[in-house]
Design a protein around this ligand. Structure first.
Ligand code: 13P
Ligand code: SF4
Length: 399
């Protein structure tokens, strides 16, 4: 991994000064105080976002997804039990493993072999001996599974299930970013396409982002694509984090006022937010967790009234699993239309017709697997990755 940090031009100096103003170490911020954070890369953000949205047909995609989501809601009168039984039968016959992200519809979570956050799902898929995986989540997650286990058949029940944040950076934008800040290692959030991972040094998820960045032996790192997660990590390290200006259109919509109002009504509430929320929201929270961390916290915490700022499907799951606690949503419930575009009947079709197969070009797999395995090595240890290497006959990685 390249560690040498070269001096750069005036624009870089300006970013550095902004960064010094914004930097907050650890917990030194004042709880309850609303701060204003100025975007570091405002010009680039607008420019790249426009370019990427256009090239990905983003507006069209949005139009297509919204009715799908509504349809999924209307189709509640389908015989869900019958469909679930058929899925379970087929799953056995085909020896398939069904993985579901925490944001999936409840009827999908019920038939899954495992439900979890993006890191937990990546680990489950890597450990599993199953050759057929039906991945109920979004495209970059299924692609990540294919990259780590290229010999497996990985199915995504709906190809439209993408991620708006992952679409905010592509290979040419990343190359320009690296040219602007040469010599800095790239830490890429798992919410990226395989092509982008292939140009990055190490991957992270929201569950391990702080330890992954700290593991990188460099005083400055580029962090893509989520600016909010990058700024969150900045609180815990003296390394300079230079974030890309992407965001999640679910988590970025939570506002400080949502928490202020909630606390006025429920002074005894504990507020838990996802690190994809804005820094202003994070400042007002009691706890910050990945989706898997939220599930664990809700179970283990002695608090009886907990509010979550995350996708509503997860809040519903936590509510179901903790009937003795009052589980609230921060502000109005927010939904990821990408995740919710997968319906139970799509999972059945996927298993029946073995669709849609995730394909990634071999040369991308070779490069993209390196940052993913580096991450798994830090999260799970060398012994874990060595086992996967042996079973999947992966080449050794030089770091
Ligand atoms: P987790 O890693 O917490 O599952 O988050 C993935 C994601 O896309 C959250 O919006
Ligand atoms: Fe992407 Fe946000 Fe949906 Fe997560 S919630 S999959 S980051 S759009």
């Amino acid at each position: 991994m390249e560690n040498e940090v070269k001096k750069n031009n005036g624009a870089d100096q300006e970013d550095k000064e902004n960064h010094e103003k914004e930097k907050i170490n650890g917990k030194t911020h004042v709880q309850g105080q609303v701060r204003e954070y100025k975007p570091l890369l405002e010009k680039e953000r607008v420019e790249y976002a426009r370019e990427i949205f256009r090239s990905k047909g983003y507006a069209e995609k949005w139009k297509k997804l919204s009715p799908l989501f509504l349809k999924a809601k209307q189709e509640k009168d389908l015989n869900i039990k019958e469909i679930q039984e058929e899925i379970i039968k087929l799953k056995k016959e085909k020896e398939a493993l069904i993985l579901a992200h925490n944001y999936m519809l409840p009827e999908i979570q019920e038939i899954a072999d495992f439900v979890g956050d993006s890191l937990e799902l990546a680990i489950k898929a890597a450990e599993s001996p199953h050759q057929l995986i039906v991945f109920c989540g979004v495209h970059f997650m299924a692609e990540g599974v294919k990259v780590v286990s290229p010999e497996k058949t990985v199915l995504l029940p709906r190809l439209e299930a993408g991620c708006f944040m992952a679409d905010m950076i592509n290979i040419s934008a990343l190359r320009k970013f690296k040219e602007k800040y040469p010599g800095r290692p790239v830490v890429c959030y798992i919410n990226t396409d395989a092509e982008v991972k292939a140009e990055s040094d190490i991957c992270c998820t929201s569950a391990n982002a702080v330890s992954i960045v700290k593991s990188v032996n460099s005083p400055e790192v580029l962090f893509i694509p989520d600016r909010n997660l990058g700024l969150y990590v900045q609180r815990f390290t003296n390394q300079r984090i230079i974030p890309w200006d992407g965001w999640c259109n679910v988590h970025h919509r939570f506002k400080p006022e949502d928490i202020i109002r909630l606390r006025e009504k429920h002074p005894d509430v504990i507020v838990v937010v996802h690190p994809e929320c804005s820094p202003e929201v994070i400042d007002l929270a009691d706890e910050v967790f990945s989706t898997g961390g939220m599930v664990k916290f809700a179970k283990e915490s002695p608090h009886k009234k907990i509010a979550f700022a995350t996708e509503e499907g997860l809040v519903e799951r936590i509510r179901r699993e903790n009937p003795d606690k009052q589980i609230l949503s921060v502000g109005s419930p927010k939904t990821c239309v990408n995740m919710k575009s997968i319906r139970i009947q799509d999972v059945l079709e996927s298993l029946k017709e073995l669709k849609y197969k995730i394909e990634v070009p071999e040369e991308i797999i070779e490069k993209a697997r390196i940052p993913l395995i580096r991450m798994l090595e830090i999260s799970r240890g060398k012994e874990f990755t060595r086992k996967i290497f042996e079973r999947h006959q992966l080449p050794n990685i030089k770091t």
